[in-house]
Ligand binder design. Sequence first.
Ligand SMILES: [Zn+2]
Length: 436
Amino acid sequence: MTDLVAKIIAEQKESLIELRRDLHRHAEPAWVEYRTASIAARKLSDLGYELKLGREVIDENSRMGLPSAAVLEKEYERAKEQGADPDYLPHFRGGFTGLTATLDTGRPGPVIGLRFDIDANDLTEPAGRDHVPTQQGFASVNEGAMHACGHDAHAAIGIGVATVLANLKDRLSGKVKFIFQPAEEGVRGAKSMVAAGVTDDLDLLLGLHIGFGVDQLGVFACGNEQFLATTKYDVTFTGVPAHAGSTPDEGKNALLAAALAVTGLYGIARHKAGSSRINVGVLKSGSGRNIIPDLAEMKIEIRGETTEINNYMVGKALSVLEGAARMQEVEYSTEEVGGAPASVSTPELVSKLEKIGTAHPGVRQFLTESPFAGSEDFTYMMQAMDKRNKPSAYLIAGTPLKSGHHKRDFDFDEEVIPLAADVVASAVLDLAGNYK
Ligand SMILES: [Zn+2]
C-alpha cells in the first residue's frame, strides 16, 4: 500500500508544488478566499468527490471578524479577474469561502474528517531578491495579502491526499470528508463550520500544520500540543473633540482612555492555575496636534492555557476597558472578532498515528511531545468531537523555515508538501481499515 501511495504522490509532486505556488501568488486573506476555494472545489469535483459549498457549510451568524460588505465584494471581483473557477465561484460570494468534499466508498466504515485551512495573512510580501517566492516569480500579487503561515501548502497537501484516496478508493472503507476551512487567521472560521454541522457525522478528525516547532523534513509531531484558548476584541473609545488650547475642558479624551487601558491590560494580575497572554496589537487615535482626540481604536487579544484562564483574563480585560472609559468620561464598545477554546489531541488516536508514522518510510522521527504553543481554531472542531466522544488529533509536519510563521520573509521547504500528503493519505488508509 505504501508503495502505491508513494507512486501516486510522485506523479503528483510537480503539480502540487505548482498549485501551492499559484495559491501563494494569489494569496487571499480570511473570508475572501474566493479564488482558492473555487480552485479546490474544481479539483475535488474532478476527482469524483461530492461537494458542499459556501452557505451549506458556513453558518452565516457564527462568522467572526468578517470584512465589510464593500471589501467582500471587491475581493470577489478580484478573484474573478485572477482566474477563479467560474462554475464554483458564485457559491462563495459574500464571505462563505469554505467547502467540504466527501468520498463515499459505499462500504461500511468510519467517517474520517480531514481539515485544511486555506487563508493568507494580512501582510505585504517583501520584494527582496533573497526571498524565494520573489526570486522564483510567485510572490503574492495581492497587496496586503501573503501566505506567511503555509496555508497555501496545506491546501496543496489536501488536494494531494484527495488525489491519492480517490485513486485508491477500492482499498478504502467508509467515507472520507475533506474540510477546506476559511479564516483560520484570527481564529475565526472553524466556529462557523462547526455551527453548520460539518463535524456532526465524523468518527475521527485530523488537522495539520507545517513547521510549528519542528524544523526538519521527515519529522512529524502529534499530541501534547499546547493550544491556548483565545479571544480577540476590537475596541473603540468615543469621546468629544475640542480645541486643545482654548477649550480643553470641553473635550473627552479617547486617546487618553485607550492609553490608560493599555497599561491596565498589561497589568492584569495573572491566574495561578497556568499561563496567559495579553497583547494590544493596534492602537490608533488622534486627528491633529491641537485637537483633543475623540476616537481611539484598539485591536487586542487574550490567551489562556485553559478556557477557564482565558475567561478569567477576558473578565479582567473588560473591567479595565470599562474603568479606563469611565476615568475619561468617554463611551466605549467592544466587538469579539475571533476566539477559540483550548483543546488537546485524543491520546488513543495519537498512539495510533505514532504507530502509523513510525512505520512510514518517509518519517524519520515521530514526536508525541510537540514543542508548540499557540492558538488554532481547529480546537473548535476538536471540542465538537470531544462532546460526541469522538477522537481528533493535530499533526505537525516538520520543515525548515526561513523565518517564523507570520513574518514577512516566512518560507518553507516545498518537499514537505508531497511528504505530508503521503503520510496523511497513508494514515487515512490505515485508520479506515483498523478503525473500531
Ligand atoms: Zn497557520
